[in-house]
Structure formats: structure tokens, C-alpha cells
Design a protein around this ligand. Structure first.
Ligand code: DX5
Ligand code: ZN
Length: 222
């Protein structure tokens, strides 16, 4: 194939969500996915208020930091990010994303993340329009588009959110576009086609015994 007829090659980063890992063996689980080709680790922080589920906080991030140099992508599904961001920065988070719907000063949260030297991200739920995050776009390096309502792993992918990915990509916005929820072998090609840079996957990676094969299968659409 001559270069002008070759399909463009894009590398999509895979971010396994440790929410679906075996927490009693977290270090081994993390090594397994990183050796299997994961590009970063997605850490889902839930407070039981913003979402109807509880997971873990900064102490777990700190422990994970001790066993890996991988990029730690912390997704804060919490009502009060401003209060807790300093803890996540201290714990060693590299990327910190806040939900635009959280009842907090989101611009301040983003500024705190940036001042702490981490990459700031903004997250939007499936029913939140892109317009809602526009005021923040100049201040973040990551937009995380939820393709399920946050709170639980293992839900079904909502393809309609891909319109937001396409629109953001077409606008020429230069940051990372990530998608989170229901990403599996069957849905990944649509997300890649829409233009995502990062795909978060919990069940589709940790739910399979061969994590390297699972990660390869997700990337295949690229
Ligand atoms: C959902 C979390 C996701 C979740 C993804 O609230 O933000 O990161 O762990 O899990 P899967 O890939 O199983 O949909
Ligand atoms: Zn997440």
C-alpha cells in the first residue's frame, strides 16, 4: 500500500479502571494490565453523594503510586472536589478530572489541579450538553465523556454520546478526549472512529483472564 492510500494510524490509549480489579490483589492486578499494554490507570473515586456508590479515596491512590510509575488518571465522582483535590495531588495523581455537574466551584477545582502540577480534566455525564463544559475548555487538558451514567462498572455503552466526541474533535480542541463506560470489543471501534484519544475500560479488561489479549482486542479498532 502506498502511503497516500494507507489508512491513518492512530494510537488510542487504554486506561483500565481498577474499579473492576480484585482489590485484595491490587498490586498484582496493576502489574498485569501494565505488562499487558495499558497506557495509564483509571481510578474511580465515588463519594456516595454525587453517585449512588462508594469506592475509595486518596489513601488508595497513594498506595497505588508506591507500586507504579504509570500515569494515574483519577476520576472524581464527588460533590466537593475543591475540598479533596489537595489530598489527591499529595497522593501522586497525575490527571485529576472533576464532574461539571458537581455542586462546587468547578473553575476553582480546575485551578487547584493545575496549580498542583497535575493535568486537569472535566467530565460530562451522558445527558450533559457540550455547551456546559465550554467555559472550562481553555483551562483543561482532558475531556472525559461519560458513555454510561457514573456509579457502577459493567453498564451498557450509550452510543449517542459519540456526537459530543465528534463535535469536540472537529472543533480542533487540542486536549485528550477520553470515553468512559461500556467500552468493550464491540463498542471500542465506534469510539475510536468518533475520535477518542483514551478509552477507559473496567469489565472488558479486568473481567477477562488474559488482560494483554483484552487490551489488544480493544485497540483493534484503531
Ligand atoms: C463508571 C466509572 C467507570 C467504570 C467503567 O462510573 O466511571 O470508569 O469503572 O466500567 P466499565 O468499563 O465496566 O463500564
Ligand atoms: Zn471513570
Amino acid at each position: 500500500m502506498s502511503p497516500d492510500t494507507a489508512a491513518p494510524i492512530r494510537t488510542v490509549k487504554i486506561a483500565p479502571s481498577i474499579l473492576s480489579a480484585d482489590f485484595a490483589n491490587l498490586e498484582a492486578e496493576i502489574r498485569d494490565v501494565l505488562e499487558g499494554g495499558a497506557d495509564l490507570l483509571h481510578l474511580d473515586v465515588m463519594d456516595g453523594h454525587f453517585v449512588p456508590n462508594l469506592t475509595f479515596g486518596a489513601p488508595v491512590v497513594k498506595s497505588v503510586r508506591k507500586v507504579t510509575d504509570a500515569v494515574l488518571d483519577c476520576h472524581l465522582m464527588i460533590d466537593n472536589p475543591v475540598k479533596y483535590i489537595p489530598d489527591f495531588l499529595k497522593a501522586g495523581a497525575d490527571w485529576i478530572s472533576v464532574q461539571v455537574e458537581a455542586p462546587d466551584d468547578i473553575a476553582k477545582a480546575i485551578q487547584l489541579i493545575r496549580d498542583g502540577g497535575a493535568l486537569a480534566g472535566i467530565v460530562l455525564n451522558p445527558d450533559t450538553p457540550l455547551d456546559r463544559i465550554r467555559p472550562h475548555l481553555d483551562h483543561v487538558g482532558l475531556v472525559l465523556v461519560m458513555s454510561v451514567f457514573p456509579g457502577f462498572g459493567g453498564q451498557s455503552f450509550m452510543p449517542e454520546v459519540l456526537d459530543k466526541v465528534r463535535e469536540l474533535k472537529a472543533s480542533g480542541w487540542p486536549g485528550e478526549i477520553s470515553i468512559d463506560g461500556g467500552i468493550a470489543e464491540a463498542t471500542a471501534p465506534q469510539a475510536i472512529d468518533a475520535g477518542v484519544d483514551v478509552m477507559v475500560a473496567g469489565t472488558a479488561v479486568f473481567g477477562r483472564p488474559d488482560r494483554a489479549a483484552a487490551i489488544r482486542a480493544l485497540r483493534k479498532g484503531a
